[in-house]
Design a protein around this ligand. Structure first.
Ligand SMILES: [Zn+2]
Length: 99
C-alpha cells in the first residue's frame, strides 16, 4: 500500500491517513505554549476544509488521531512539551524525604 503523502524532512509532523485518497494540505498549527514553535502537519485537504468550515470537533473529523495528536492540532502544544510542563508541576509537589 503506497502512501499519498510526500516525504517530509524531519521536524514536520506526519500522520498516516492511508485511507484517504485525496490531496493533502500543509496545516500550520498554533504556536506551542511551551517552546513557542508551530508545527507543520500534513492533512487530507477535504477533511481540513470540512473541519474549518463546520467547526466540527477534531476527534470527529480525525478519529484516527491519538489524543496527543489532536491536542497538537487544537492548541499547537507538542506531546513532548506537555510532558515537560507536567514534569515541572509535579516536581513542585514532590515530597521532601531528606533527613
Ligand atoms: Zn513545543
Amino acid at each position: 500500500m503506497s502512501t499519498p503523502f510526500p516525504q517530509r524532512p524531519t521536524g514536520d509532523t506526519q500522520f498516516d491517513f492511508s485511507g484517504d485518497s485525496t490531496d493533502v494540505v500543509e496545516y500550520v498549527t498554533s504556536k506551542c505554549a511551551w517552546c513557542d514553535q508551530s508545527s507543520l502537519v500534513l492533512l487530507p485537504a477535504d477533511r481540513v476544509r470540512r473541519w474549518q468550515t463546520t467547526g466540527a470537533y477534531v476527534q470527529v473529523m480525525f478519529p484516527e488521531l491519538i489524543p496527543d495528536q489532536r491536542e497538537l492540532l487544537i492548541s499547537g502544544t507538542h506531546p513532548a512539551c506537555w510532558d515537560v510542563m507536567f514534569a515541572e508541576v509535579e516536581d513542585e509537589e514532590e515530597p521532601s524525604q531528606s533527613g
